[in-house]
Design a protein around this ligand. Sequence first.
Ligand code: PLP
Length: 370
Amino acid sequence: MTERIYLDWNASAPMRGQVIDAVALAMASHGNPSSVHGDGRRARAAVEDAREAVAALVGANPANVIFTSGGTEANNQALAGHPNHTVLASGIEHVSILEVAANTPRIACLPNGEIDLDQFSDLLGRGTGGRLVAVMLANNETGVIQPVTEIAALARDAGALFHCDTVQAAGRMAVDIGLIGADSISLSAHKIGGPKGVGALIFNGTAPQPLLRGGGQERSRRAGTENVAGIVGFGVAARLAANWRDEMNSVEVLRDELEQRLAAAAPEVVIYGRDARRLANTSLVGLPDIDAGTQLMALDLAGISVSAGSACSSGKVASSHVLAAMGVGSAAANNAIRVSLGPETLAEDVNRFVASWARLRDGARAPAAA
Ligand code: PLP
């Protein structure tokens, strides 16, 4: 049987071998990091070592890293942890931001997938009272990189806090909380080759209030016994992710080749966000007249895993709110699939994807047999 091809790294990156080894070892040891005996102290040391690794990946102070159950919880706490602040979120944020910031004004997006800085300035100028701006560093569907340093400066000048979701950017480009100028950022281990169900909220300045209460863990910023094995794996993945520059160079060559070959096979193809600065590994591909669900199924049968837009929660193919925010109509948006590569992607994987995709496209366009 031919091996499956995994081109869905933005949904979840495969766990790295060294991470699996470290997690297995951590699972075999039993101390609670809050216990004062030797076993507890060993678990505590492992958690603190991981905290340093995660902090180093994003240029942060380890004391300002709050381990969470993932990117979703980190985003929830970043927003809800500043009560009495109105959240101004962009329309292309992950749902873990959008659903906390329901019924507040949205920051608009340009057709190329970048935040509309003019509209953002207007919006900031109109509001009063405590405000918190939420704009991600790189979008999970298009890969488009946002002008976050400008956004941070505008927010600061207006007296607003700035949270930046860096979940999808980490391990694929440079992330530095100080250079961004953010008050907080969020990370998720499983996007960088770590385990699922662990992430971090990292702040600069005032700590967001806790969501989980009832224990003094994480300096009383997140109650509950730490997920020691997950955190250890996150730390190893963070150390390995520091190598992103070398890895992404070759990933970008493959991604660009993939896009060129899709365009050669099907001149009608649309690559969303292609004119903007993008992550090296992401391609959101529209194929007119063939809905994403049909494409996903055909590719799955051919042994290839890709996503439709952002459908990362319930397994169902939902229309993309990101493409809607970019002004793409629902018919076109429903024909878009996301292909996301990683350091283990091979030229052969790209060849097989392009061949299967072109076959699917040609088959759908062929006149029905008499
Ligand atoms: N933020 C972004 C940009 C994401 O892509 C995701 C996951 O897809 C999340 C947050 C949520 O992270 P987690 O899966 O760790 O809850």
